[in-house]
Design a protein. Structure first.
Length: 213
């Protein structure tokens, strides 16, 4: 994917380092992350995060959950939409089940990869509200990484402003003022399948590792 190649070029200072790991957010972030991992000679893994969609408006997030029991809630969205706590809890139960299914499908087990003391480059195809990637960052912080870098091709300026204080570095190729959604900035935004995610992880495991320092 061209977006991943461009992102990798901006991350070359992290190439050929044994303490770097690239994590893609499934599903759409994994093809981007694969290109980054390939060019940096870094291992690739996934961190599964699930958006908690507003009832009747699934594309609108009222929060997100991630591996490790992390839950991020958009209280302003819940208040504005008049969403009861019971609806949030019901959605969280459904998404936790899907989160575990995906972990097993992609990685063969649940939980997060070993990142203690490592530089984590967290990659997605873009950032809209930021709730998904914020949950991912909170999950990662529990494992004491050396650094967390968010790297995406495109993001909304407001989300970048919210996320910058909680990570060591935020790299985005585009922060358009007229941002209306991630898909508008891609020529091809076809949906990535579970099978494609698994295939990319297998391909990444066969890539040449970083040289010994």
């Amino acid at each position: 994917m061209h977006a991943g190649q461009l992102l990798a070029e901006a991350l070359m200072k992290y190439a050929d380092r044994e303490d770097v790991i690239v994590l893609g957010l499934p599903r759409g972030g994994v093809p981007v992350a694969y290109e980054v991992a390939k060019q940096l000679h870094a291992p690739l893994d996934v961190l599964v995060v699930r958006k908690l969609g507003v009832p009747g408006y699934k594309e609108l997030a009222m929060g997100a959950i991630a591996s490790g029991g992390v839950q991020v809630i958009h209280h302003d969205v819940m208040r504005a939409m008049g969403i009861p706590r019971a609806a949030l809890e019901a959605e969280a139960v459904l998404q936790l089940k899907e989160l575990r299914r995906r972990e097993l499908a992609y990685r063969g087990h649940t939980g997060t990869p070993e990142i203690n003391g490592r530089i984590v480059i967290l990659v997605d195809d873009g950032i809209a509200t930021g709730s998904t990637i914020r949950a991912a960052v909170q999950a990662l912080r529990q494992q004491h990484p050396q650094q967390i870098i968010i790297a995406v091709p495109v993001a909304s300026p407001d989300s970048c402003a919210d996320l910058e204080p909680i990570v060591d570095e935020l790299l985005t190729l585009m922060t358009p003022e007229d941002f209306r959604g991630v898909s508008q900035w891609y020529e091809d935004f076809s949906q990535t399948t579970d099978a494609e995610v698994t295939q990319l992880l297998v391909k990444a495991s066969d890539l040449e590792p970083a040289p010994m320092l």
